[in-house]
Design a protein around this ligand. Structure first.
Ligand code: SAH
Ligand code: SF4
Length: 411
């Protein structure tokens, strides 16, 4: 991709959008651990000796076959189904909007019902198909409490954390819409190997800081990687953080997925400005946590995200500093061209400079591919809020819609 590439006009292919599901105050079984599901069934009168079997039946229907209503559960008795319908739900969120780019990228705007006294919230998920894999970018919060100065989400307050159900529902819904639950009718749900799936990888790179919602993110990712359910390999799940050091250790110990760090600067003074959480957890502590991340090897590297900001962090001096900082850490570097938003004082680095920066890094032995931006006609920029796409002027849009550039997770 170069700055001179011609951007073809958008040709959106709207998809039929299903009717909104009824907002339901009933608790969802999606996102519960097996223990929680068992306790919920017990509370509704299911006999102790049946609980284990019922939970594993439900688990299979929900996560292997991907059903979204209890009536589809053919091997569950009618009485049991009625009981489940009365007390629980497994409905998907409402699809407010679904867009399909001419390059196959899809974007969903989803609405989740209110929690308690709250209001409904909307989040976006983005799906990026590529040769040999497809990556779903998932949100963990509505808004963000951190204030990274180049990030539009950072200008908006945190509305609330998403629940484990809401995090997982983004994956279930994407699989529904992409036809990724093909064995739904099979007598025994069989788990589809990753190679055959549309969503083969997920990245926690949507809205929010996943490590500020640790418990729900952990629960959702453990369910997504559960071998008797969605069965997504932990190597195909990447969690991106701005650097919440204590929870990076916990991520390694308790979740075990691949890690991406939003680095963006190699000096504390600059990183304090770009990623203010750096004041709390400076680079030295962050790098120590990275070095200690379990299971690192050449085949299992940490991804370092680095947004290219013109005249701010894009000099060859910075590139040199980056190589020094990462010494000894099995690392990949994703250079992300800055995606401008109205009101920002930052500009994206010139292409020439990005290429020079990338060349420097490559010559130091790091692959830092600058991939073709995807889904630009539907503004499918991971890490960007829907309101941003609504407000962004066309020229700004064309300037760059490339957040997804190298952020798609790895095999
Ligand atoms: N909060 C998490 C994950 C979501 S953001 C984190 O910060 O890691 C996903 C990536 O997009 C992060 O690396 C983030 O720094 C980057 N990002 C945010 N706004 C951007 C913008 N306007 N242009 C380019 N990258 C941006
Ligand atoms: Fe939050 Fe990540 Fe944006 Fe920083 S970059 S404000 S942590 S979403």
């Amino acid at each position: 991709m170069s700055a001179t590439d011609v951007i073809t006009p958008s040709r959106l292919k709207p998809m039929p959008v299903p009717q909104p599901v009824e907002l339901s105050p009933k608790p969802s079984l999606i996102g519960m651990t097996r223990e929680e599901m068992g306790a919920a069934l017990k509370e509704k009168g299911v006999a102790d000796k049946q609980i284990k079997m019922r939970v594993s039946q439900l688990w299979n229907w929900i996560y292997v076959r991907g059903v979204s209503d209890f009536d589809s559960m053919a091997n569950v008795s009618k009485d049991m189904r009625e009981m489940l319908k009365t007390h629980f739900t497994i409905a998907r969120p409402e699809i407010v909007e679904e867009q399909v780019s001419n390059d196959g990228t899809r974007k969903w705007l989803l609405r989740f019902p209110p929690r308690g006294a709250g209001r409904p919230v909307e989040v976006e998920s983005v799906y990026i198909p590529e040769e040999g894999r497809g990556t779903l970018c998932i949100s963990s919060q509505v808004g963000c409490s951190l204030t990274c100065s180049f990030c539009h989400t950072g200008t908006q307050r945190l509305v609330r954390n998403l629940t484990a159900e809401e995090i997982l529902s983004q994956l279930l819904l994407a699989r529904d819409r992409l036809g990724d639950f093909p064995d739904r009718e099979a007598p025994q749900g069989t788990i589809m190997p990753a190679e055959g799936r549309k969503v083969s990888n997920i990245v926690m790179m949507g809205m929010g800081e996943p490590l500020y919602n640790f418990d729900s993110v952990k629960q959702a990712l453990l369910i997504a990687s559960d071998g008797d359910g969605l069965s997504l390999s932990k190597r195909r799940i990447t969690l991106s953080t701005s650097g919440v050091v204590p929870e990076i250790y916990r991520t390694g110990d308790e979740i075990g997925v691949m890690l991406a760090i939003s680095l963006h600067a190699v000096r504390d003074d600059l990183r304090d400005m770009l990623v203010p959480i750096n004041k709390k957890y400076p680079l030295k502590e962050l790098m120590d946590a990275c070095r200690a991340y379990p299971g690192l090897s050449n085949a299992r590297r940490i991804t370092f995200e680095y947004v290219m900001l013109k005249g701010v962090n894009d000099s060859l001096e910075d590139a040199k500093g980056l190589i020094q900082l990462l010494k000894g850490i099995p690392a990949k570097i994703n250079l992300i061209p800055f995606n401008p938003w109205p009101g920002t004082n930052y500009q994206c680095s010139d292409w020439e400079q990005i290429e020079k920066f990338a060349d420097f890094i490559n010559s130091a032995g790091y692959a830092s591919p600058i991939r073709t931006p995807r889904g630009r006609d539907i503004l499918a920029a991971c890490g960007q809020l829907k309101s941003e796409s609504e407000r962004m002027r066309k020229t700004e849009r064309l300037a760059f819609e490339a957040m997804m550039i190298a952020n798609h997770g790895e095999d």
